[in-house]
Write a protein that binds this ligand. Structure first.
Ligand code: RIB
Length: 312
């Protein structure tokens, strides 16, 4: 198995179950709650570690109980915490996540220690021997953390390490300006089709094919379009692959995109063809949505393979 370096948020998610999203100014009574580890890059790291890869997570937590819980859960999942700093001034990021009965989520975040990761904190050793560097788009929301992500990208580029970037749902408007100059550096970008126009600053009615073609012209080598109830796609310069979504019962979509990214990365670093990367990504995502929470909902490889082969 391979070494994967990942950079992004390390959070504690407080997930509240609500019957339906009440709309602005409305009120909802929670019917249940879960407190567990989350953060987009963190979730992907947990899924890849469960698939047997050596995952080195680069990030920052607070010197507090949430930070200690996060480090302990990461270690239990087999993720290396050697490159995670403990910030003396800022708390670990706490995310309030409201999940409705249909599994859709709304998040409220205080970024805390994550946003304190800076370029000078990036230790080149974290990328030594890495088959891939994976970044979460959330890392580009705050200038200091974005500087750290850019430093990691520079190191990866110098060493010829492929870079993957996940664009989380709901934040593309805030990220587009920061992400556009990076496109030519990416091996793979993973995003939802609905986020493409905003990422590229193009009209909403433009076809998916022309938007993907634009991304490829800008130098991204592979564009992975997340399916959720629909086919997922993988486009490269001369080829395109797709795979159908798995019809599972959706309990909670938090972390689904992170699991999807893990499936693609697992396929990529184990040398699988594009169509199998798509299938794996769908299966990782599908298992994740059948369970509550993010980090703890990340699937094992056995669960993924059972879903793909129809085993019970
Ligand atoms: O992608 C899901 C993650 O995004 C947010 O950062 C939450 O922490 C959650 O775990």
């Amino acid at each position: 198995m391979a070494v994967v370096a990942l950079l992004g948020d390390i959070n504690i998610d407080l997930v509240l179950d609500i019957p339906a999203y009440p709309g602005e100014g409305g009120e909802a009574i929670a019917t249940g709650q879960t407190v567990a580890i989350g953060g987009s890059a963190t979730n992907t790291a947990i899924a890849l570690a469960r698939a047997g890869h050596e995952c080195r997570l680069i990030g920052r937590v607070g010197q507090d109980a949430w930070g200690r819980q996060a480090l302990s859960e990461l270690q239990k999942a087999g993720v290396s915490t050697r490159w995670i700093g403990q910030d003396p001034a800022e708390p670990t990021q706490l995310n309030m996540v409201a999940v409705s009965a249909t599994g859709e989520r709304t998040m409220f975040a205080y970024r805390g220690a994550n946003a304190q990761l800076s370029a000078d904190m990036i230790d080149e050793a974290a990328l030594t021997g890495a088959a891939l560097l994976h970044l979460s788009g959330y890392a580009f929301l705050q200038p200091r953390q974005a500087g750290a992500a850019l430093r990691a990208i520079d190191i990866a580029e110098q060493r010829g390490i492929p870079i993957t970037l996940d664009v989380p749902g709901g934040v593309v408007a805030a990220l587009a300006e920061a992400l556009r100059p990076l496109l030519s550096k990416l091996d793979t970008i993973l995003l939802a089709d609905g986020d493409l126009p905003q990422l590229l600053g193009r009209p909403r009615d433009e076809t998916l094919e022309s938007l993907v073609a634009d991304l490829l012209e800008q130098g991204v080598k592979r564009v992975a379009i997340k399916g959720h109830g629909t086919d997922s796609l993988l486009r490269q310069a001369n080829t395109g692959d797709s795979a159908p979504w798995f019809p599972v019962e959706v309990v909670d979509t938090v972390g689904a995109g992170d699991a999807f990214a893990a499936g693609h990365i697992h396929g990529r670093i184990t040398g699988l063809r594009g169509v199998y990367c798509c299938r794996l990504a769908n299966a990782f995502g599908a298992v994740a949505v059948t369970r509550k929470g993010a980090g703890q909902a990340m699937p094992s490889l056995d669960e993924v393979l059972n879903l793909m082969t129809g085993a019970r």
